[in-house]
Design a protein around this ligand. Structure first.
Ligand SMILES: [Zn+2]
Length: 320
């Protein structure tokens, strides 16, 4: 989850610019897949709201995001968020975006205080979600805000959604971290916040029931959770990790996590996620300075995600 306040100063990392497209590209534009992009400009007071003239904030944000992805060579992104916002992104560039629906929400709002569903509520309607999946507009569930909502991933409330993901082969995008700390949350966000629910180990019982589920563990940089993630990866080949938010977490922590995944034999299951907005260029720089081989870095930026998303396989799978 992008959290737009105070985290940079808290963690002593670099700032998050809203105008990454204004930066000179510092890298060759080899293709990148970003599995962690957020839609929606937020509400009044957000840095992404009302920063442009002549457009609605959400339209301006979409235009800015597309330019930012272009600048940084991002050819495909999984975009999650409030359902209407994610669909606006996907519909504007259906070859560029795979749509995802974020939940569970709290008081009808996501952690950036955006309304999650047009009809209100904290959960997507299952019939609607099924129809969206069958129509190809929804390819993933997430970002899953269990930590923010205080709802266990392996509990009864989540079960029908996980079953739907398994049935329709939807990718599951989990906020799998204990943070952000209170200073990093929007005022008014998340009275039920429970960081312990971010431990990747909570996905163990879920994967026992659905062993082929395609799961992305977001924010896998915290040492103890890195070990939890590796425990899942050892058992389930469809679990991958990313290490966002790389512009807000100390780089040595991210580099240690990346090295640990490689050492554990899972370098081919680390994918790139920026936790967009505004974080693509800075996140790419963290990967490119990592203590990994050039081949490993290239795999993180594209190949691992392409394999996980099964790009190019659809035609081959379609029989007569
Ligand atoms: Zn996120």
């Amino acid at each position: 989850m992008r959290i737009l306040l105070l985290v940079a100063s808290l963690l002593g990392s670099v700032g998050v610019g809203t105008q990454a497209s204004a930066q000179a590209p510092s890298r060759s534009l080899a293709p990148v897949i970003d599995l962690h992009v957020h839609a929606g400009a937020g509400r009044e007071g957000s840095p992404y709201y009302e920063v442009y003239d002549g457009e609605t904030p959400d339209d301006a944000f979409l235009r800015s995001a597309l330019a930012d992805l272009d600048t940084n060579g991002v050819v495909l992104a999984v975009v999650g968020g409030p359902a209407a916002h994610a669909e606006r992104f996907r519909a504007a560039a259906p070859d560029r975006f795979l749509g995802a629906v974020a939940f569970p929400c709290t008081g009808g709002q996501d952690p950036n205080l955006q309304q999650c569903f047009e009809g209100g509520g904290d959960w997507p309607d299952l019939g609607w979600l099924r129809a969206e999946a069958e129509a190809g507009r929804v390819s993933a569930l997430g970002e899953l805000y269990n930590v923010y909502a205080g709802v266990p991933v392996d509990g009864a409330e989540m079960a029908p959604y996980i079953a739907l993901a398994a049935e329709h082969d939807l990718v599951v995008l989990a906020h799998a971290d204990a943070g952000p700390p209170p200073e990093g949350r929007r005022p008014g966000c998340c009275p039920n916040f429970d960081g312990s629910l971010g431990d990747p180990a909570h996905w163990g019982p879920v994967l026992e029931r659905h062993p082929t589920l395609r799961l992305v563990l977001y924010h896998a940089f915290r040492p103890e959770y890195v070990e939890s993630a590796i425990g899942l990866m050892d058992r389930y080949s469809n679990v991958v990790v990313e290490t966002s938010p790389m512009t807000r977490v100390p780089t040595p922590l991210v580099h240690a996590a990346l090295a640990r995944f490689a050492e554990a034999g899972h370098g081919d299951r680390v994918v790139f996620g920026s936790d967009y907005p505004g974080a693509v260029a800075g996140s790419l720089a963290v990967i490119e300075s990592a203590p990994l081989s050039e081949a490993q870095k290239r795999a993180i930026l594209y190949d691992n995600a392409a394999r996980f998303l099964r790009l190019g396989e659809a035609d081959e799978d379609e029989g007569p």
